[in-house]
Design a protein around this ligand. Structure first.
Ligand code: EPZ
Length: 426
């Protein structure tokens, strides 16, 4: 298994290009199932999860083809399509559940493996099932699969009012895609408001869907008979952007994040400014950018993860590293996933002072970390260990970086480009 070898202590300087968002690209690849016409996605990040989603769609009979060097993928889900998502693929990426809505809406049936457990929490899909049933689908779980179909005599899902027990990102995305082709109007209440939802809705509207209210907690969808092809640019990855912002705030330096969207990261940028980082955002000939400058020790910041527009759970581990070497003590409260402190013991191996009690981690800032061998346990935990390695004295080896490759496009090359001493050890 590949590892990363990092020698810490360097400040970061220069420019990084932010890639397209993993959590927008994955549902948007699935949205191609809603039409038999070609769909062109640009700015698709080169990630292991994207490759897995392509494999899942190829398996179903979707024609997929990459083009150009700017992350272009053309997809065409012409009939016949095998409406099945096998366990072998779903177990490696739970976002595979995002094929359920489009398959049911277009083909009236789907057989999708249940995702099973996950390192960061139990993550059930009961709300996805509840929403599809509200739109008229009959779903049984058998042999580890959700077997979904329309009642005899029915050819389309019907509109419904769906109010989920909690805010669910992929649930909202599944409902959006299903409702786009349903008969009548659907109202989503308690809908997720993440920027990736807005980006998916913009793509569906470009395919002919009638959607209003995306980006708020109430979304109206007027179903249409059929959708057509489109060309769509995947939005920039706000979590990759936030990860680099935390890296520069931790190491010190002056870096421009090309395509970074500050308006998608308010909660994180507010905390970084309170910690002492200088952050300016703008737009120039090259598009959106964020410039971050940091010198000296940051001030520790307590925070609580919540749904968007609150502090994202996908930034919790990376910001915790900042608190590990900041002045003062901070409290980090994780409210979304019940097991998202797996990085804590690895940070403690680097000398960090962290006490966990249930959903709360108390971090006592210290002046320096010391390099060691650590192990990645999930995607964002691996990013936090990379940042820790950049600040730790001496050498850090991060093992199991296949987790990192799932969600970061050429992380070590980008870091080397701004002065980090980092290399992949095959
Ligand atoms: C999405 O996961 C993201 N993944 C996650 O990013 C992110 O952490 C999460 O949203 C929260 O922001 C993708 O977009 C592919 P949820 P999702 O449904 O949709 C519970 C990363 O690092 N719940 O919003 O699976 C659930 O257990 C990944 O890029 C149910 O109980 O998350 C959790 O506690 C990790 N039943 C909460 O709701 C359901 O049917 C929020 O989960 C659905 C969710």
């Amino acid at each position: 298994m590949d590892k990363l070898r990092i020698t810490g202590g360097r400040t970061l300087h220069g420019e990084v290009t932010i890639s397209g968002a993993k959590n927008a690209a994955l549902p948007e690849l699935c949205a191609a199932l809603l039409t038999s016409e070609p769909v062109i996605l640009n700015n698709v990040p080169r990630l292991r999860d994207v490759a897995t989603m392509r494999q899942l769609l190829d398996n179903m009979g979707v024609q997929t083809q990459t083009h150009g060097d700017r992350g272009g993928i053309t997809l065409q889900a012409a009939d016949p399509i095998q409406a099945e998502a096998p366990y072998e693929l779903v177990k490696t990426m739970r976002a595979s559940v995002l094929v359920l809505g489009p398959l049911l809406a277009r083909f009236g049936h789907a057989r999708v493996s249940l995702p099973g457990g996950c390192a960061i929490g139990s993550r059930p899909v009961d709300q996805h099932i509840k929403g599809m049933q509200a739109m008229g689908a009959e779903i049984v779980v058998e042999h580890g699969y959700m077997v979904a179909r329309l009642p005899v005599g029915k050819t389309r899902l019907h509109g419904a009012r769906i109010a989920t027990d909690m805010v669910t990102v992929t649930g909202t995305e599944n409902f959006l895609m299903a409702a786009a082709l349903a008969e009548g109007e659907t109202l989503l209440e308690n809908a997720a408001q993440e920027p990736e939802i807005g980006d998916l809705a913009e793509m569906l509207i470009a395919m002919g869907a009638k959607i209003e209210g995306h980006g708020t907690s109430r979304i109206h969808i007027q179903g249409v008979e059929r959708l057509h092809g489109c060309t769509h640019q995947v939005v920039a990855d706000r979590i990759e952007t936030g990860t680099f912002l935390c890296a520069v705030a931790a190491t010190g330096g002056d870096v421009v994040l090309r395509h970074g969207r500050a308006d998608h990261l308010d909660a994180v940028i507010d905390k970084l400014r309170d910690a002492g980082a200088e952050i300016e955002a703008g737009k120039d000939a090259g598009g959106d950018f964020i410039r971050v400058r940091a010198t000296g020790r940051m001030k520790a910041q307590s925070f609580r993860t919540t749904e968007y527009p609150g502090f994202p759970t996908d930034m919790q581990a990376q910001f915790m590293v900042l608190n590990c070497i900041a002045e003062g003590t901070s409290k980090v409260t994780e409210t979304i996933f019940e097991n998202r402190f797996m990085h804590v013991n690895e940070l403690v191996r680097l000398g960090a002072h962290i006490q966990v009690d249930g959903k709360v981690a108390v971090v006592e800032g210290i002046s320096r970390l010391s390099g060691a061998t650590v192990m990645a346990t999930d995607l964002r935990a691996s990013a936090s260990l990379v940042i820790a390695g950049l600040v730790a004295e001496g050498e850090t080896i991060v093992d199991r970086i296949y987790h990192l490759d799932r969600g970061y496009d050429q992380m070590e090359e980008k870091l080397r480009g701004i002065g980090a001493d980092i290399e992949r050890v095959k």
